[in-house]
Design a protein around this ligand. Sequence first.
Ligand SMILES: C[S@@+](CC[C@H](N)C(=O)[O-])C[C@H]1O[C@@H](n2cnc3c(N)ncnc32)[C@H](O)[C@@H]1O
Length: 280
Amino acid sequence: MLERSSSLSLQVLRPKPPVKWAGGKTQLIPQLEPLFPKKEYNLYIEPFVGGGAVFFHLLPHQAVLIDSNEELINFYLVVRDSLEELLRALRKHKNTREYYYSIRALDPQELSPVERASRFLYLNKTAYNGLWRVNSRGQHNVPFGRYKNPKIVDEPNLRLVAKVLRNARIICDDFSRVLEFARPGTFVYLDPPYYPLSDTANFTGYTPDAFGPKDQKRLAAVFRELDRSGCLVMLSNSDTPFIRELYSGYDIQVVYARRVINCRPDRRGPVTELVIRNYR
Ligand SMILES: C[S@@+](CC[C@H](N)C(=O)[O-])C[C@H]1O[C@@H](n2cnc3c(N)ncnc32)[C@H](O)[C@@H]1O
């Protein structure tokens, strides 16, 4: 398993997740920590890696990171494989409204992987609320954030990120690819787009395709398959009867999250979330 304490330099200089990501788990880490496996594991797989808060916390020796968001995966690949070029591209950015909209208007498909990763990080650091949101045609549509001094180039952190990504296989695909890599003794952490608490709270807009009840059922089937294959499996999701029912029979723990995406002040308090595991 990742020797969480074997690499002293990484322990002391633990990288921060390099992007701000909706549903990011950074604030939940203290509550998740006691729920991670105590047993050793030989491989870590995170099929909805997003901003990677759990991966960057655990620092596994060997990992497979999967996400269906092409921009995000391209970014991780470029940080790992072409960091110097990326740093040069990032240093050229400017924090003005006109420049922001000119970069936002670029079609990422027409850019080189480095330019694409540079645009992705720039928009992530300067867009309103750091959100990455796309419309039905897959175009980024978040307004300029007007931050005074956004940290677009955090070179020391990007260097640490590149270093830990060297131990990772990074894949843009559907979460079900996890089945190809999982073997007995693998630890899999699943953090999908959450099942909505109510019909109006359906923020699943990470990619043009929403993550509906059918996907949640497909995911529960993958969870059971991983369980049967001898993996240690942990999953986060919303505290709803639908999710409790899908995973009945497994260990279900409750954690408390601070919610920010709610316009109704009476619903802004802590919200319970579920952590489901096939081990104790
Ligand atoms: C809740 S976020 C994960 C947040 C992450 N744990 C973090 O700390 O930042 C869910 C992620 O699932 C990805 N996703 C959505 N549908 C997917 C699918 N079918 N297969 C793989 N990833 C998917 C989204 O792009 C998003 O990054």
